[in-house]
Design a protein around this ligand. Structure first.
Ligand SMILES: Cc1ncc(COP(=O)(O)O)c(C=O)c1O
Length: 453
């Protein structure tokens, strides 16, 4: 859908008037960056807001407008923006060395925190990002199993690497521009939450070496996945002698101090981590079985996976990561972020019910999703999964005129959503929740004026 057809004229006019400096910056940015943005998800018509600073759960645009933030650093922030412990740790490290081009003590401490929090992390290798981590996990799986293919789930996002991007977004069986058919053929995509299909694929296709998934559901629980499915996958992959990879780039240290695997008590063979791992700075890692990560070692007569990477275990990221994981280990921050998101989902559903609006809020842990045009029984608690988890009904709304207008309306009402949802941090408060619910009510009014609600 073109951006022109997405625009609601009256709302767009208010938006343009409210964010004049952002507009100017975007004009400059458009002469440098495609669409003027540096991440697809930050694209918003006619321009996105530009943010000057952030603290706790809030951020301030270049116009000085305060926003409650639900991007939470694309999920990388759990303690709140510029948490004093992280600021201090990074500043201290900054003065010592930003990149010594050598092994350093901080990387050991950082790795030990991961080992303490994740029992499956027998060995760890740091990478520059989550995408690099999933790329490494696949390559290790290929070397270890001698099987070239990967099984993944429709709607699950694992970064933008060639083997895992197919099937991330609807339509799930479509070719992805720039990814060759030969590469795409190495990826087997199946619907989520169907153990029988997984078992059949593994039985029939000896070339599948590993199964990868976002353990609470693709795109942070768009179609939620629960413990029994994860246990089923663990059993099936063990029975068929294939590797199970949990992509905990989002869920790691967010769902619980031990990630989704800690919460559900399930041990994958490999785990990919990033985001909270590095305390809001860049960084990722693969963690898992020592016999698999052994293929990163120099061993006479043994195959080795080569792995360079200028920013692997960068000391600034290590400093931020250590400061974060130390606090995560105490346990309260994950529970706090989960509780506040639960409260938000509940309050929003109460608002929708009160107004008779065809909307629903759902999600898990510290994530929430908003579903416009929802037709079905009213949510009755956190077990609620709209449309029984039907993938087609729960995805694909992101480019509609309604959702575009909704995001603009929310920004005008002081809330920055990550698409049609967001993630909470331990810094979000009850007052933020109240203000967010009021912002949703105000935005529904604006949509009404546009004939969209
Ligand atoms: C589940 C998951 N895996 C992998 C990635 C890729 O991580 P990065 O953006 O650090 O490359 C993301 C990014 O959002 C993600 O959500």
């Amino acid at each position: 859908m073109s951006q022109a057809t997405l625009t609601c004229p009256a709302l767009a006019e208010r938006y343009v008037a409210a964010f004049p400096r952002s507009r100017k910056l975007h004009e400059r940015a458009s002469t440098i960056f495609p669409n003027g943005v540096t991440h697809d998800a930050r694209h918003l018509s006619p321009f996105p807001v530009y943010v000057d600073r952030a603290r706790g759960a809030h951020k301030w645009t270049v116009e000085g407008r305060e926003l409650i933030d639900y991007w939470s650093g694309h999920g990388a922030i759990l303690l709140g923006h510029s948490h004093p412990a992280i600021v201090e740790a990074v500043q201290r490290q900054m003065e010592k060395a930003t990149h010594p081009g050598a092994c350093h003590e901080r990387e050991i401490e950082w790795g030990q925190w991961v080992q303490r929090l994740l029992p499956s992390a027998e060995r760890i290798r740091f990478t520059g990002s989550g995408t690099e981590a999933t790329m490494m996990a696949l390559r290790l799986a290929r070397i270890f199993t001698g099987r070239p293919r990967v099984l993944k789930f429709a709607g699950h996002f694992h970064g933008w690497n060639d083997f895992l991007y197919p099937g991330a977004d609807a339509p799930y069986d479509a070719a992805v521009p720039g990814i060759s058919a030969a590469v795409a053929q190495q990826t087997v995509i199946v619907p989520p939450n169907d153990l029988q299909v997984v078992e059949e694929k593994l039985q029939r296709d000896p070339d599948i070496g590993c199964v990868i998934l976002e353990p609470t559901g693709g795109h942070w629980s768009q179609v939620p996945i629960r413990g029994p499915f994860l246990q089923g996958l663990r059993d099936i992959t063990t029975r068929h002698n294939r590797l199970l990879i949990f992509d905990e780039v989002i869920t790691g240290f967010r769902v619980s101090p031990g990630g989704a695997q800690g919460h559900y008590g399930i041990k994958p063979d490999l785990t990919t981590l990033a985001k909270i791992l590095a305390g809001g700075l860049p960084g990722g890692c693969v963690a898992g079985r020592a016999d698999i990560l052994a293929y990163l070692e120099f061993r006479p007569g043994k195959e080795k996976m080569r792995h360079p990477g200028t920013f692997n275990a960068n000391p600034l990221s290590a400093a931020a990561g250590i400061a974060t994981l130390q606090i995560v280990a105490e346990g309260q921050v994950c529970s706090r972020a989960n509780a506040v998101a639960g409260q938000l989902r509940q309050r929003l559903n109460a608002l929708f019910a009160e107004r008779g609006a065809a909307w629903a809020a759902y999600g898990e842990f510290s994530c929430f999703k908003l579903l416009p045009g929802y037709q079905g029984p009213r949510p009755n608690g956190d077990d609620f999964i709209p449309y029984g988890g039907d993938l087609d009904k729960l995805s694909g709304m992101l480019t509609s005129r309604l959702t575009h207008a909704f995001r603009q309306g929310m920004l005008l009402n002081g809330v920055d959503l990550m698409g049609m949802g967001g993630m909470t941090t331990a810094a979000h408060t009850e007052a933020d929740i109240e203000q967010t619910v009021a912002a949703v009510a105000g935005t529904l009014d604006l949509l009404g004026e546009e004939g969209l609600a």
